[in-house]
Design a protein around this ligand. Sequence first.
Ligand SMILES: C[S@@+](CC[C@H](N)C(=O)[O-])C[C@H]1O[C@@H](n2cnc3c(N)ncnc32)[C@H](O)[C@@H]1O
Length: 219
Amino acid sequence: MKFEEIYSIVGGVKYIKTKNSQFLYDFILKEKLTHILELGIAHGTATCYMAAALQELGKGSITAVDLLKNSFKPSAEEQLQRSGLSEIANVVRMQTSYTWFLHDDILRNTKDNTCNEIYDLCIIDGPKNWTIDGAAFFFADKLLKKNAWIIFDDYNWTYAAADNRRDITDGITHRLLSAEEKEIPHVRDIFELLVKQHPCYGNFMLLEDSGWALAQKIS
Ligand SMILES: C[S@@+](CC[C@H](N)C(=O)[O-])C[C@H]1O[C@@H](n2cnc3c(N)ncnc32)[C@H](O)[C@@H]1O
């Protein structure tokens, strides 16, 4: 499905910016990223753009993971259905966190003490929390193939900035955090301190105005 077509169906739905959706769609086609893991899906808007790109490529699938209690309307399942792309994306809903999905996926793919690498792209767009998403990076890494890409959204996001709008973000109560934990962008530090220092990752890209940080598993 062409970008313009999927845009005409899901273009008005949160949370992905049009610029990022076009980038993601083109990136999947250019890099031929056929096996995709999406962590944090909300309405499944990004899921639909990625599924459209895979349909255009003629192969591939997405595993899209979020929480059971998430009640976004329209739901990811509804948007995929409306786009005619349900066959391409498998929506998985977990009780507590996508980190436990990663536990299950590592377990499923482990044989003789080795985890099989199965994904070409992992996009992390969940709670933006050092502990959860830092762990998710190391867990997801076990499942990423050589030359796979990892994308983080919300590079500059902070609890302090979100404080004006709400008291709790994805189960984390803001007032229980230290001043530093509130002020420092967790995703930025996951990217700078964990991803960039990891010996297997390179080709780092920061799309400042989109809030996206990308890295490739080069060895
Ligand atoms: C910003 S939204 C994702 C937007 C989506 N990627 C897009 O671009 O359309 C963040 C999502 O992460 C989910 N989420 C937050 N913490 C999570 C966790 N620990 N495990 C699974 N999903 C989580 C929320 O339920 C929410 O749907």
